[in-house]
Write a protein that binds this ligand. Structure first.
Ligand code: ADP
Ligand code: MG
Length: 292
């Protein structure tokens, strides 16, 4: 590409809210054949809401929620924010927690009223030797609805399941269809459960799902796709996504996401909408057509 055509392309991008960091990014985007999408905050709005609370025998709805909210009080995860907002909405008094510990990609652990509380994935509980059989039916039911199940255990015993739901961004469906129209494969990559991810993928028309991927393994999944001979774009918003954004041939950061993701990416979509990916790829194709 000539410096002038790249400058023109970059300028056009900037006017439509697409910040292209380098000539190389604009020159590579037209070769993408695969676009990997983070789920939470990228395909979905990233503003999850607490929708269901199902205590195990011996606990009340409010009793379970108070314990879980207390354990989540020091977590910065969007699920924690949703659970605390849910507790506040119900007017609950959330007890103070101590010995808070966050388990990356799995959940949290804390002591509440002298009780040891675990909140997170089925894996988090089973890693602690707690049987999740009793909670599995509810968890699967929520996941099939595209909700994220949040399992809880108190003093080593299953205590219940909460569900948190996030809505798909308004134009995600259209943007993903447009990518397919450009002959680009799409993949959802998430730390969330396979069932929840599959339900969201179904809502937006994505056919391939890589779920239950721990934050430190997201970049490996990009590398694996590149190993299949693919040229891979990655779209993400979270701190978790930064290594994958850097590994991708072109990293796209959601402009409303974290600074860490924006710094790791080649292109920033100011509006936060997935349609910016389509616009950027079209711009790259037009730029490269003009100059060869
Ligand atoms: P995502 O790709 O969905 O942002 P993360 O890697 O942050 O995923 O977390 C993976 C999974 O671990 C979440 O979907 C959730 O089930 C669980 N998890 C992580 N942090 C928390 C938390 N603070 N409370 C409850 N569950 C959590
Ligand atoms: Mg995210």
């Amino acid at each position: 590409a000539t410096p002038l055509s790249v400058m023109v392309g970059t300028g056009k991008g900037a006017r439509t809210g697409i910040l292209i960091r380098s000539a190389e990014a604009l020159e590579t985007a037209h070769q993408l054949d695969t676009v990997v999408l983070d789920k939470t905050g990228t395909v979905t709005a990233g503003k999850p809401v607490l929708t269901d609370i199902r205590p195990a025998d011996g606990l009340t709805v409010d009793g379970l929620l108070a314990l879980v909210a207390a354990a989540e009080a020091d977590s910065e995860h969007p699920l924690a924010t949703a659970i605390l907002a849910g507790a506040r909405r119900r007017g609950l008094e959330v007890p103070a927690a101590s010995a808070f510990d966050s388990v990356t990609g799995k959940g949290v652990r804390a002591t509440v009223d002298d009780r040891s509380v675990l909140v997170g994935t089925a894996r988090l509980l089973s890693d602690a030797g707690i049987g999740t059989g009793q909670l599995a039916v509810s968890a699967e039911e929520f996941a099939t609805q595209g909700k994220t199940p949040v399992l809880a255990a108190v003093d080593g015993r299953p205590a219940g399941v909460l569900a948190v739901a996030d809505t798909v961004k308004e134009d995600s469906v259209q943007a993903i269809a447009a990518l397919h129209g450009l002959d680009i494969d799409t993949v959802i990559l998430t730390g969330d459960s396979a069932r929840t991810a599959a339900a969201i993928a179904g809502q937006v028309g994505v056919r391939r799902v890589l779920a239950e991927v721990l934050p430190e393994h997201k970049a490996d999944e990009i590398r694996r796709l590149q190993g299949e001979g693919r040229t891979v774009g990655m779209v993400g918003d979270g701190i978790n996504d930064a290594p994958a954004l850097a590994q991708a041939d072109v990293g796209f950061a959601i402009g409303t996401g974290t600074d860490v993701a924006i710094e790791a990416a080649d292109i920033t979509l100011i509006s936060g909408s997935l349609s910016g990916v389509v616009t950027a790829i079209r711009l790259s194709r037009a730029t490269m057509r003009n100059i060869r």
